[in-house]
Ligand binder design. Structure first.
Ligand SMILES: [Zn+2]
Length: 309
């Protein structure tokens, strides 16, 4: 990368249905943004789409940028190939190398939940906090850990993946628990994803409702929906208590569709004290500042100012 030519940080959020890209200036302001549909199931077309999106942003800005990409799954350290992506056409490919080749510069990639956590830790809801656990509660349940502005990255590239640990302190009626796409039963994700909430609601009420409808009914005082959210809150409190016991984050930020359920922020901290191994729990549970935009912002922040200079 030529020193003088790099002016912006470009972040790309490579999702299953859309690819979003934004350019940030040095103050973290979004100066340009574009979004296209993801070429479904086509890896080669996906690489071309990311390249075209970045080049279009740069043409609009008249300058080059550093490029970071948030993706489902992660690069497997031993193979250098994507694993665990629910957009399965990415799995088994060296996504970072292929994007670097297409864009003629180094490209950093990270898991989408890690990008969310990084964005909220750098200048979002967890800004100034030394340790942030960023959570995605949506189609899946992911997470990322940021310590003093840096993503925690381990040898298996799974730091923060709390969704595929078992739901802690399970009740009798939670064993063995729902099946999970990873092949196990009773995973935290199988309870706390949108689908997990919907299936639990059906099991207790016989009604087939999506997560947004359950939340709306609970807000209107419907007892069955309220009870489903109470069970959800208690499970979330138990699952987060294990995270607090392990890494003791200053701030936990909830992203994804279910992170928009306002009552979680008051109710879950009232419950988690019963499970955390501490006399008091001062961890803050907060909604995201940037929400869905944290995907692109965190990807952009994969390049720090010093590294780009
Ligand atoms: Zn699982």
């Amino acid at each position: 990368m030529g020193k003088a030519s790099i002016k912006y940080r470009i972040g790309v959020d490579l999702g299953g249905t859309k690819i979003e890209a934004a350019a940030l200036d040095d103050a973290g302001r979004t100066v340009a943004r574009r979004r296209i549909a993801t070429p479904a199931g086509d890896y080669i077309a996906t690489i071309a789409a990311v390249r075209d999106l970045v080049l279009a942003l740069e043409a609009e800005l008249g300058a080059r940028g550093s490029v970071g990409v948030g993706t489902p799954g992660a690069l497997s350290p031993p193979t250098g190939l994507i694993k665990n992506a629910n957009s399965t056409c990415l799995n088994g490919h060296p996504l970072d190398k292929d994007l670097s080749g297409a864009l003629d510069r180094p490209v950093r990639i990270a898991n989408d939940a890690d990008c969310f956590a990084l964005s909220e830790a750098i200048d979002g809801a967890g800004a100034q906090a030394p340790t942030v656990f960023g959570v995605i509660l949506g189609t899946g349940v992911g997470g990322g850990v940021v310590v003093r502005g840096k993503l925690l990255q381990g040898p298996n590239a799974i730091a923060g993946e709390w969704g595929h640990s078992p739901l802690p302190w399970p009740r009798d009626d939670e064993r063995p628990g729902p099946g999970c796409f990873c092949g196990k039963r009773g995973c935290t994700e199988a309870f706390l994803s949108g689908r997990g909430l919907a299936e639990d609601h059906t099991a207790h009420t016989g009604e087939r409702l999506g997560a947004p409808e359950i939340v709306a009914q609970a807000r209107n005082g419907t007892p069955g929906a309220d009870a489903s959210l109470r069970r959800y809150e208690d499970r979330l409190a138990r699952a987060l208590a294990v995270v607090i016991n392990l890494i003791d984050p200053h701030v936990i930020v909830l992203g994804g569709g279910l992170g928009r359920i306002e009552r979680l922020y008051a109710n879950v901290p009232r419950l988690w004290g019963a499970y955390v191994f501490s006399d008091t729990v001062v961890t803050r549970l907060v909604p995201p500042r940037y929400g869905d935009a944290s995907g692109v912002r965190g990807a952009a922040w994969l390049w720090s100012a010093e590294e780009r200079a």
